[in-house]
Structure formats: C-alpha cells, structure tokens
Design a protein around this ligand. Sequence first.
Ligand code: ADP
Length: 260
Amino acid sequence: MPKMTDPYMIDMQHVSHTFNGNGQPPRHALQGINLSVSNGEFIALIGPSGCGKSTVLRILANLIQPQTGSVQIDGISPKEFTAQRRLGWMAQQPALLPWLTVKQNVALAHRFHPLQAAPQMSPDEALEIVGLIDAADAYPESLSGGMQQRLSLARLLSLDVDLWLMDEPFAALDELTRSALAQELSLRWQPLHPTVLWITHNIQEAVLLADRILILSPSPGNLIADIPVDFSHPRDPDQPEFYALVSKLRQQLVGKIQYT
Ligand code: ADP
C-alpha cells in the first residue's frame, strides 16, 4: 500500500507564543497563527520588525516550544524532524568556524548530518556552484560578507536537506551583492527544490524567489495576506509584470502595516 504522506510540509495550527518579559511586560510574539506550506514551496515571510517572523522559524527548528497550538513538519513534530537532520538554517550572520578553511567548513557540515547516506554533492561541487572553488583553502575571515554568505549557501546546497529556514540571510549585504546572490539562489534552488521559509524585508527579492508571499501583522503576528507569485523561473526584474507586482505589494504593505 502506498505510504500516506502529509499534504503539507509545514502545518501550524492556532499557534500562540508569549515571551516572559523578565520584569518587563510579557511579549506576545504570535497569536493563533495558522500556516500551511506544501512540499517544495518557496515562501517569503514579510512583516514589520518584532511581529514574530523569527519566532515562527525558531518554533520550526525546535528552539522554542509554543504555548498553544499544533506544529507538524512532514507529519512529525519539530523535535523529531530536527532529530532526523532534515533541516538547514541560514541567518544574517553566517555561522562559520574561523579555524577551518572554506572547504573544511562545507565538509564539516556533512559530519553533522550522519543520517544523510549520500550527500547531494561533494564540498568541491558545492563550492564550484557558488563560485568559491578558488577560495577553497582560504579561511573565512579573509572572505567578504557576500563570499561568507556564498559559503553558507554552499553548505546548504551540499547537504540537500528538505527544509531551509532562512532568516534575512542577505540583509547585511550591500545592494549589488544581495541582488546577485538572490539571482544565484533562484537558479540553485530549482533543481533541489526543498521547502523554503524565507524572512525578508525586501519586496523585490520576495517576488524574485517566492511561490507565495505571506504578510504578517504587527505584533502579535498573524497572517494578513497570502499572495501567490505565478511567474515562471528564472524571473526577470526588468519585466513589466514583475515591476507591477512589486509596486502593488509595496502599496499594499504601506496601507496595512505602515511598512518602511
Ligand atoms: P521578528 O523576527 O518579526 O522581528 P521576533 O520573532 O524576533 O520578531 O520577536 C517577536 C516579539 O517577541 C518581539 O516583541 C520580540 O521582542 C519578542 N522576543 C523575541 N525573542 C524573545 C526572547 N527570547 N525573550 C523575550 N522576548 C522575545
């Protein structure tokens, strides 16, 4: 009999979470949020600072247990899912080990994923793809911010995990590097097709990459808009339809959440 698979890769129902204020008033991060993401979907999560976007990611990564509601990833709990090492994380500050070379940083990630029987690609292949093969023997501190994020991307690519959680990974980069990396990612993500939850403040980046753009309300966070992006990949920001959707979203965001 065929295995019954969960219809959703991510299924959050009525999830609320309040942080203890430690002497300050409690912080209501999320209030009754429902979030369903299909397998292989690329979701951009947009909302004002402090609305609970990172809390969503941290709940999925099993770093926070929400006080109410249910959370499943591919039909199992975040705890079980992370124990199976099927999750990759990329943040604004790349978590690289300074005493290891570029190539060793990629190779080390494989050691932390022992359940991964045959990695999707070798460290060399991953570095080749992100354009860092010539820097394979360099140390992270000698790389620019953009190159360090390329290295983080190489680690994700080579692990071939099922779920990528990305917390503003390009936010600290200059505009040109950022847009080059977003273009790069839109190409590299396609063949592997993991499910991606991507936090961004950049509307253009969201339209370039995402299948759906979800907008969260100011704190406590809840979904206030779910916008499909139907353009085929690779997308061209110079196309009039692309630009029209970016403008429409910008207006929508200004009206709804006084987005800056
Ligand atoms: P975002 O990612 O949208 O900027 P966060 O999920 O980081 O928002 O935070 C949501 C709310 O929860 C904010 O008010 C933030 O100050 C608060 N918060 C987040 N983490 C903690 C924590 N560890 N302790 C106390 N409050 C927290």
